[in-house]
Write a protein that binds this ligand. Sequence first.
Ligand code: TYM
Length: 336
Amino acid sequence: MNSQKEIVVSGIRSTGYLHLGNYFGAIRNYVKMQADYDCYFFVADYHSLTTHPKPEDLKKNVFRVLAENIASGLNPEQAVFYAQSDIPEIPELYLMLNMLAYKGELEKVPTFKDKVRQQPDNVNAGLLTYPVLMAADILIHRAVKVPVGKDQEQHLEMARNFAQRYNNRYGELFPEPQAFNFGSQLSKVMSLDGSGSKMSKSENENATIYLADSDEAIRKKIMKAKTDSGPTENNSEKPAYIQSLFDLMALISPPETLNSYDTAFNACTIRYGDMKKQMAEDMVAFVAPIREWARQLQEDEESLRTILRRGAERARESASRTISLARKGIGIQYYS
Ligand code: TYM
């Protein structure tokens, strides 16, 4: 790979169907970055083990994440695309970084605290050290940019801390990786139910649009999105659940469409039923081609296997270089 280019890493957990949040928070940027950066994108299958998926589901989930990425425009000839579990150097670096990560700081991570609340019977050590594995994913390629959504911001801060700690103790090896979204804030695609939560693979499924949703499911979910009887004063502020509908429309509809509803809102003439109908049609036009292509790709397992195999070879070249340096830094070099 061309070493002049900046190195980019990002991953997606194989825990369910990909949705608009994954697309706009992550995959869209993968596609925009793949030609100009040295990109390493992967399916975080080890990370998904915290929820103990059935062995027979794991492969299907991994292949679906790969297919949905390609159907969204990812080119595995350009970007390196692999399964995390194919790179043994990642768990090796994870082990090293675990010695530099402290229980107290890991317990304070908001995503860990959420999991403790959601699944009190399964607070395993993998959940606690989740940010350490994530740091290993990133640092193994010595990445500088990490395209992710807003929910991963804190994890990136921890990755920077672990990188710094290694560098301070053992000598400069890792650059400090930054969360990345082209020229703007990290994205957070909200759910349709007005609850103030984000779209998610495993929660509020009826308020999340998945890349595999049928046209009918998309229409139904959008028509059910929370609205009200409309503003009563010109140019009033939009309530949060209305704002998030506009935000979603901005992602998938042409600017003129968005402007016309914005003007109608400001003039108190907006009809949310019409707006949602328009949005549903634009959403169907956006999702259907991705869904259909992803479906076809999943029928050709041999091609997906080849992509993963080739991706693993390319990722290991980079990972093995880093791990030898990391071992050497620590002093693990007993003979040559
Ligand atoms: P995951 O699998 O939950 O999500 C994959 C990507 O999608 C983004 N995302 C969103 N962006 C905007 N709005 C939303 N509603 C939304 N929901 C999800 C996430 O921010 C993410 O970029 N821990 C990671 C996976 C991971 C990783 C890594 C990422 C493992 N190792 C190394 C980057 C670098 C996760 O669970 O993402």
